[in-house]
Design a binder for this molecule. Sequence first.
Ligand SMILES: Cc1cc2nc3c(=O)[nH]c(=O)nc-3n(C[C@H](O)[C@H](O)[C@H](O)COP(=O)(O)O)c2cc1C
Length: 209
Amino acid sequence: MDLYDVIHRRRDVRAQFTGAPVPTETLDRVLAAAHAAPSVGYSQPWDFILVRDPELRRAFHEHVSAERKVFAATLTGEAAERFAGIKIDGVLESSLSVVVTYDPTRGGPAVLGRHAIADTGLYSACLAIQNLWLAATAEGLGVGWVSFYREGWLAELLRIPAGIRPVAWLCLGPVTHFEAVPDLARHGWRSKRPLTEAVHTDRWGSAPT
Ligand SMILES: Cc1cc2nc3c(=O)[nH]c(=O)nc-3n(C[C@H](O)[C@H](O)[C@H](O)COP(=O)(O)O)c2cc1C
């Protein structure tokens, strides 16, 4: 698949997981792509926890359901109605999960390029996630990012050492198909922002030339 095809085919998947196994070699390629991401000071601050245990996944899913209620309680009217119809995770239906963590001490104490912007470490972990997402798409696998969780709770569940942050819970696996339109757009939650609104020239607010 052409790179641009992959970029535009990629979807956040929740409802289309088949639950079929992911071949080891495929998973290795996807993880190698994630591990090839750029990172500030070449710190490679990520780790990947493959969560296969159904009990751990069930426990996480219950936690996500509770957090869903917390968010739902902040909504009223039309937004509340819309959100009620939106599926926010495929934890139980996907083949496995990959939790991506960020270790701020990796490559330290002098991380080249991070002295002025601490967040660059976290950006690096997110680039690994994006590589994983695109590689999975190229392999015909769906990925669903779940962020309805409390970091401390998840760290305890997976025995992640103190100081290391769980950045993402990613559901992964074969899918029946990729939707052409993001779920949140299909449900009328948010629509696509035109590229022309996002591009500025020279200074904030100036239209592109
Ligand atoms: C940091 C991050 C966290 C997200 N968390 C969730 C989530 O908890 N549940 C969910 O359904 N989608 C989640 N998403 C997916 C977004 O809703 C999705 O990317 C967006 O609606 C655009 O759809 P697309 O990825 O299919 O293009 C998350 C995406 C990102 C980048």
